[in-house]
Design a protein around this ligand. Structure first.
Ligand code: C2E
Ligand code: MG
Ligand code: MG
Ligand code: MG
Length: 286
């Protein structure tokens, strides 16, 4: 900027910005290194029905950093999304998730995988996903792909085409953080989705907050009429769970039922505790 102005203009040095820039740059390099050395971990957080039965689990990425402790995906995903890194990281998550899905699909537990917009927009997204699905012998009906409303703002036709292809292959599609994006209700009509995930910000103030309650009820009514499954994100109290259970058949995901935990731990738990359980009916009924 200073150069463009012929060097006459003074650019104020902002130490805060400089630190952020450097930190971002450092993190980016470390992310790349972490990917190359397979340093990421997958956690799972169960999604349970009104009887507190586990029907599905969301895959949540974790980065155990050598010096900074466990780094939240809320921090490093946005950094990865600024570069092609998110694509490689995204495929790593998908591949590892399919290995998990292979082990739990006979227990009728679905797996929900977060997909970044930039990853989803890759030209080979559908074909490569299908290739991996076959490689790990997973049935698509056990996989839900969570995408956010940010995808909807550009090239909706490409989005619809891809989603239709995924649906035809048997995948379930979910709108994550529903209600927080730039969305309009109109796209719900156009997109071939199976599920809405109500964002935690709406669940947080239930049941006391009248506005939050009204919004959640409206979302549930729309979902019901459109025969969409609903997952409530961030259920932390009995009161929230009761409020939701009175109104709709939905899945709860939140600390009240279970915190995210290493996938290995959940796999062991499910393998030992669910052996005797009858096969559950398909989740599609929700
Ligand atoms: P998200 O997809 O909306 O995931 C739900 C987030 O809510 C998770 O945060 C989860 O730990 C948290 N959560 C669940 N129940 C509760 C609760 O009762 N109380 C509170 N306070 N929080 C709860 P997490 O694991 O930190 O992930 C943050 C975000 O990072 C995710 O939000 C998702 O957008 C992104 N993310 C995580 N893993 C991946 C991934 O593999 N790929 C991509 N592209 N994004 C990911
Ligand atoms: Mg999610
Ligand atoms: Mg979410
Ligand atoms: Mg959220």
């Amino acid at each position: 900027q200073a150069k463009q102005a012929g060097g006459r203009q003074l650019v104020v040095f902002d130490p805060v910005m400089a630190t952020n820039f450097q930190q971002t740059f450092e993190l980016e390099n470390e992310l790349l290194h972490a990917l190359q050395t397979q340093a990421f971990e997958l956690y799972l957080q169960p999604q349970v029905d009104a009887q507190a039965q586990v029907r599905a689990a969301e895959v949540l990425l974790r980065w155990p950093h050598p010096t900074k402790g466990m780094i939240s995906p809320a921090l490093f995903i946005p950094i990865a999304e600024k570069s092609h890194l998110i694509v490689d990281l995204g495929w790593w998550v998908v591949e590892e998730s399919l290995k998990i899905a292979q082990q739990i699909q006979n227990r009728q537990i679905m797996l929900a995988i977060n997909i970044s917009a930039r990853h989803f927009r890759q030209q080979n997204f559908v074909s490569h996903l299908f290739y991996l699905l076959n490689q790990y012998q997973v049935e698509a009906q056990y996989i839900t792909l969570e995408i956010t409303e940010s995808l909807v703002i550009d090239d909706i036709q490409d989005l619809v085409t891809k989603m239709q292809a995924l649906k035809a292959l048997g995948f379930h599609l979910s709108i994550d953080d529903f209600g927080t994006g730039y969305s309009s209700l109109a796209y719900l009509k156009r997109l071939p989705i199976h599920e809405l995930k109500i964002d935690r910000s709406f669940i947080k103030d239930l049941p006391a907050d009248k506005d939050a309650a009204a919004l959640v009820e409206a979302i549930l009514a729309v979902a019901d009429k459109m025969q969409l499954r609903v997952v409530a994100e961030g259920v932390e109290t009995q009161e929230q769970a009761d409020f939701l259970n009175q109104r709709a058949q939905l899945l709860h995901q939140g600390y009240f039922f279970a915190r995210p935990q290493s996938a290995q731990v959940w796999l062991k738990t499910w393998q030992s505790s669910m052996q005797g359980l009858p096969r559950m009916t398909a989740l599609a009924k929700f």
